[in-house]
Design a binder for this molecule. Structure first.
Ligand SMILES: *Cc1c(COP(=O)(O)O)cnc(C)c1O
Ligand SMILES: [Zn+2]
Length: 407
């Protein structure tokens, strides 16, 4: 066995890690439009040989900059931008120690940079200079930014109605936008054919197994920033289910290496108007509820990583919470007012999930909880306009000012 093998989450067949693969070739034959993607590949490292006779510690991993559990040969292949290592803030909240992992501070202001960075590095190591992705916005702006830093070309297939800030970012980074007259799903399917025809590398979330390997890096940081004492519960905003799988995978690697003894409790948070992952966790036949939510980054009809995310949640006893758009908006305001952190609605959904569980008495006293804030509030200001009404101009005299201050 080389550094890693790919294992299909559906048929469990393994494939050598020495070539670039997307989906399990066997299960991919059964994939049909309108159903969650089968054949997603999980990357499994040679844990036994890493443990060796002496065992392996977190410090050992860190000393080698985690290269043993990344699908690349050298850190030099990664972006020169500072991806990850985002701040962890701590706050006491009535008997709960609450942590915020603020991933808005990635180079393109979202968690997606963690995946783009690793995918871009893999492309570099394989001599591929053009990367394509379908995206609702953040993955595309992320890939465009990371590729700009690496001298690679990014081609981004987005639904024509993505938030303007995200589209502007893509253009500023020099990415090529292909606005698809259709849904995200249509854009997704088009990239598969285009990548095949033109020899581009495809970063599509979950379809490219290394997106999960990039996203998992957050878990090491949480481990380290909490001094090895993991939070009891971690709230993750969930759309396609790749971030939550990445969080699980990061901890699972540590678990397989004997560095942690138990997995933390992970809670998937979805918007009421787009709850297709949670809704289908225990259903035999996948049922789609068409999505409508202000949290555009977690608005997903068919979660791309459904099978892997479901396996993780069921296997490790994860929980789920559904929050309304109103709860998301209220949580956005409360978060910013009480912490000075401004996050986009998809991210504050996770905080809304925490607030809801706390309010319902679901959290025991003295619990440590962590909320993953996955994107910057400036990415989508129109969603919070209702809560942040800019006042009309005040005449330039003291009476008018006084009236204004009293109103
Ligand atoms: C993509 C994204 C998510 C959800 O991640 P999934 O892997 O689709 O579940 C959450 N928040 C933000 C800001 C995102 O961009
Ligand atoms: Zn398979």
């Amino acid at each position: 066995m080389g550094k890693f093998v790919y294992q299909c989450v559906n048929c469990l067949k393994e494939y050598e890690g020495d070539k670039l693969l997307y989906l399990c070739p066997e299960c991919n034959k059964e994939n049909k439009a309108g159903e969650p993607m089968k054949g997603i590949l999980k990357v499994i490292y040679n844990y036994e040989s890493l443990i060796g006779e002496e065992g392996i510690s977190f410090e050992d991993l860190k000393e080698r900059e985690f290269i043993d559990i990344l699908p690349i040969n050298s850190r030099e292949s990664l972006s020169p931008l500072k991806v990850g290592n985002t701040p962890l803030y701590k706050k006491e909240d009535n008997g709960t120690t609450l942590y915020f992992k603020y991933d808005a501070l990635n180079p393109t202001f979202s968690f997606k940079d963690r995946a783009s960075d690793v995918v871009s590095a893999v492309a570099k190591e394989h001599g591929i200079d053009t990367i394509v992705t379908a995206s609702t916005g953040n993955a595309a702006s992320s890939l465009a930014g990371i590729c700009a830093s690496q001298g690679q070309k990014a081609i981004l297939f987005v639904p024509a109605k993505a938030p303007k800030a995200k589209l502007t970012q893509i253009l500023m980074y020099g990415g090529v936008i292909v606005p698809v007259d259709g849904t995200y799903d249509d854009a997704f399917d088009l990239t598969l054919e285009a990548a095949d025809k033109y020899g581009w590398y495809n970063r599509n979330t979950a379809y490219n197994p290394f997106t999960i390997e990039g996203k998992k890096t957050v878990s090491w940081e949480i481990y380290e920033q909490c001094n090895g004492v993991l939070p009891d519960v971690i709230y993750v905003p969930t759309g396609d289910g790749v971030i939550i799988s990445g969080v699980y995978k990061g901890f699972e690697d540590l678990f397989m290496l004997g560095i942690i003894e138990a997995m933390p409790l992970i809670v998937a948070v979805q918007a009421e108007g787009s709850r297709n992952l949670i809704h289908n966790l225990n259903r035999e036949i996948f049922e789609i509820i068409p999505s409508t939510t202000i949290a555009d980054s977690i608005s997903v009809d068919i979660p791309r990583n459904f099978f892997m995310a479901r396996d993780y949640i069921l296997h490790y006893g994860g929980e789920s919470v559904i929050v309304s758009d109103e709860e998301i908006l209220d949580a956005s305001v409360e978060l910013s007012k009480t912490t000075g952190l401004f996050a986009e609605p998809a991210a504050t959904a996770a905080y809304a999930g925490y607030l809801k569980q706390k309010k319902e008495g679901h959290l025991l006293p003295n619990t440590n909880a962590l909320v993953l804030l996955t994107g910057s509030g400036l990415k989508d200001i129109s969603s919070v306009e209702k809560k942040a009404v800019i006042p009309s101009p005040v005449a330039k005299n003291m009476e008018a000012l006084e009236r204004f201050l009293k109103s």
